[in-house]
Design a binder for this molecule. Structure first.
Ligand code: NI
Length: 248
């Protein structure tokens, strides 16, 4: 169930039997020569939707702009400052908490969001700890990176081995090709640069990785692989969501 396709009465009815919501969070940033700028948001959104269908959980609107400052030397990338993203997450959670949601499961599509989402969680918990008395339950927050489940990792290893790389990967490009077959790009490309040291700002990233990829070969991507990745992620993460939503 997608929040933005429900009426307020339907949301109210959902809250009679559940307190959990899945929040897809991604990024709008370059993904190499054949990857869509929306890749990270699309992956998070379609997998969250699948988990919602498997568990009956409500899926909130996708936060489709994240921390992508290091991609800003490539056209089309959009970034939020970490402080802005923390504010967005805090207000998103506070809004739904006002209606009675208590468990927020962030399904993440972008590695660059991880530390900031963690900081946002700490801000939310700190505000709760500093403002409330007694021992009443507050909101509970979780972050899951879709590409880190055992089944997804196994599939990536089998299909792509070392050619998976770490940015503009054939796994994530496959998921977008499955979701949007009309937007598949066929582009020839040579070997991508590997990571020799940590990158810093946007200019530094572009110097190190001129076509945007890090060590990946996304020409291996295919929509049928994407279907398998989505199914693997949904199976693994649905179980994790159920536990999170119902744990004491
Ligand atoms: Ni990505």
């Amino acid at each position: 169930m997608l929040l933005h396709l429900l009426t307020w009465q339907e949301v109210e009815a959902y809250l009679q039997g559940a307190k959990g919501v899945i929040v897809p969070i991604g990024s709008t940033e370059q993904h190499g020569p054949n990857g869509l700028v929306g890749t990270d948001a699309i992956c998070a959104e379609v997998i969250a939707k699948g988990i919602g269908e498997a568990t009956g959980a409500l899926v909130g609107p996708t936060i489709n702009i994240g921390n992508a400052q290091h991609h800003m030397a490539f056209a089309g990338s959009i970034t939020l400052r970490p402080s802005t993203l923390i504010a967005v997450i805090s207000d998103y959670v506070a809004s739904l908490a006002r209606h009675g949601f208590e468990r927020f499961f962030f399904l993440n599509g972008h590695g660059g969001n991880i530390s900031t989402v963690g900081a946002a969680f700490q801000e939310i918990y700190a505000a709760s700890s500093l403002s409330r008395g007694g021992n009443a339950p507050g909101v509970r927050l979780a972050l899951k990176n879709w590409w880190e489940t055992p089944a997804v990792q196994k599939l990536s290893k089998e299909l792509f081995g070392k050619r998976e790389g770490s940015h503009a990967t054939p796994s994530e490009v496959s998921v977008t090709q499955w979701a949007y077959p009309e937007a598949i790009k066929r582009v020839a490309m040579g070997e991508a640069n590997g990571r020799v040291r940590a990158f810093c700002d946007a200019e530094d990233y572009r110097r190190l990785f001129p076509d945007g990829r890090i060590a990946s070969d996304p020409t291996l991507a295919a929509p049928e692989h994407g279907a398998k990745f989505v199914a693997a992620a949904v199976t693994d993460i649905a179980e994790e969501y159920r536990k999170f939503a119902t744990a004491a």
